[in-house]
Design a protein. Structure first.
Length: 246
């Protein structure tokens, strides 16, 4: 049996906030246990790699802050935990599995477009902050995203499902707790296997961009450390941090 993780996860709903992840970091020293901060409006939402995150009204924006304990290297693996939890919550919201794919390291795609992004950060007092944005109602325009990036889509436009951020959190919070419990009980291998079964472009050619270089090759797998394994003309290359382009 999968243990519950843990009893009494907190929820704070903020009508407006600069960024739920910034608020989570401010509150981190005071939290008693895992706490979700849901922002109905964000005025300075952050994306990965220093980018801004566009947050149209009605979209989901929340950050989970908690103390995961364990090895530092295991913290980054929570992006896979969060991706699977998002997938489960989206299936629960729509009643359908079709079209959902997971893009390394931590995006959720729907019908080939970017539906959700995850921002993992270390917070104060040994906390981990997992910021999650889902285009529930509206997708940002292509002009608002990085050149070459996957086009954004919304859940409403792709599926007709209209769900409020509050209702989506009621699906996501228990979904995260369940996948986190699996991770803690069975380790990364179980999470990794399920993630790979739902991965976008596995076995296909991709471009992986790190801070300094872009590598082209075939997306072979994700290894036990969560690194992208790319088969390039120069041999196998492991990428621990970066962005993937198709
Ligand atoms: O670049 C990405 O794909 C990650 C985007 C993460 C956005 C979310 S919205 C809730 C949380 N608060 C933020 O300021 N960012 C994250």
């Amino acid at each position: 049996m999968i243990p519950r993780w843990p009893e009494g996860v907190g929820q704070v709903i903020l009508p407006t906030v600069d960024s739920t992840s910034l608020e989570a970091a401010r509150q981190a020293p005071h939290i008693a246990g895992p706490t979700w901060f849901l922002g109905l409006e964000q005025t300075a939402a952050k994306g990965r790699r220093g980018r801004a995150w566009s947050n149209p009204a009605g979209n989901f924006a929340a950050s989970l802050v908690y103390r995961p304990g364990g090895a530092i290297a295991h913290r980054a693996l929570r992006s896979f935990v969060a991706s699977l939890a998002l997938q489960d919550a989206l299936i629960a919201a729509t009643g359908r599995t079709e079209g959902l794919r997971l893009k390394w390291p931590n995006d959720v795609l729907l019908n080939g477009g970017k539906l959700a992004g995850i921002l993992l950060e270390s917070g104060p007092s040994e906390t981990l902050i997992i910021g999650i944005g889902v285009n529930l109602r509206a997708a940002p325009t292509q002009a608002e995203v990085e050149t070459g990036a996957v086009a954004p889509v919304s859940l409403l436009s792709e599926t007709g499902t209209d769900i409020t951020p509050e209702a989506f959190l009621d699906l996501l919070a228990p979904a995260f707790a369940a996948v986190e419990a699996q991770f803690l009980t069975y380790g990364f291998d179980a999470v990794r296997t399920r993630w790979l079964a739902n991965a976008a472009k596995l076995g296909e050619p991709i471009h992986a961009r790190t801070v300094t270089e872009t590598h082209h090759g075939t997306f072979e797998t994700v290894d036990a450390e969560g690194q992208l394994v790319l088969r390039t003309a120069a041999g196998q290359r492991m990428i621990s941090a970066g962005d993937v382009f198709f």
